[in-house]
Design a protein around this ligand. Structure first.
Ligand SMILES: CSC[C@@H](O)[C@@H](O)C(=O)COP(=O)(O)O
Ligand SMILES: [Zn+2]
Length: 211
């Protein structure tokens, strides 16, 4: 019998890559006070994801574990991120999703509060929109949804699924909480995360200047 239902060498490589990228993201100040969680697909049934809690700025491969696509821990007693379901539901829905990143930057959290009543942030006219997979022009517009926060992950995950039934999207905000962004691999997910944060920063700055 195989000791693990996943490839341990692949897990080791992915865990290293994930930890390196997360430390980098944390150095921007986007993961305050042990917040934020991160994952990468291993195969059709398994995901490498951060263990719950802990300073993400100090993350090493040891702070990463494996879950299945229902969010159950695999071959470990450790507790995965409290928000595991928000990751695994994306991997379950889209075979092409390879990486999910969740952060709590100030831009993301402030924008989530400001735009919660509208339920979305409309981003248009920016060259940076080309950072999103499928966009080739600044003349595009993107609607970044803002969901009400909840501690009940199935509720949040159902709301995300309902949005995905209606639109293509690479991320969403949760009110008073932060941003989820994803992509086909780490490079693309980071590009989407950084583009969302930059664009939200621009919108917030414009608001201040226009007062
Ligand atoms: C420290 S508050 C943030 C948490 O409640 C949560 O939103 C979060 O992003 C991190 O939870 P975690 O269980 O470590 O993945
Ligand atoms: Zn969070």
């Amino acid at each position: 019998m195989k000791p693990y239902p996943y490839d341990p060498q692949l897990f080791a490589a992915r865990a290293d890559e994930l930890a390196r990228n997360v430390r980098d993201i944390a150095s921007a100040g986007w993961t305050p006070a042990t917040s934020s969680n991160f994952s990468q697909r291993l195969d059709a049934h398994h995901v490498a994801i951060t263990v719950s809690g802990g300073d993400k700025g100090e993350l090493t491969a040891d702070g990463i574990m494996v879950v299945d696509l229902e969010g159950n821990a695999v071959a470990t007693e450790r507790r995965s991120s409290a928000e595991t379901l928000l990751h695994t539901r994306l991997y379950r829905r889209f075979a092409e999703v390879g990486c999910v990143l969740h952060t709590h930057s100030q831009n993301q959290t402030v924008a989530s509060r400001l735009y919660a009543p509208a339920g979305k942030v409309r981003l248009e006219g920016y060259e940076m929109l080309k950072a999103f997979h499928g966009n080739t022009t600044h003349e595009a517009a993107i609607e970044l949804p803002v969901l009400p926060n909840s501690q009940h992950m199935p509720t949040l995950a159902d709301q995300v699924d309902a949005l995905l039934d209606r639109q293509t999207m690479w991320g969403y905000l949760i009110d008073g909480h932060g941003l989820y962004a994803w992509g086909r691999d780490m490079v693309e997910a980071r590009r989407h995360l950084e583009a969302f944060d930059f664009l939200l920063g621009c919108e917030l700055e414009l608001r201040k200047l226009q007062r």
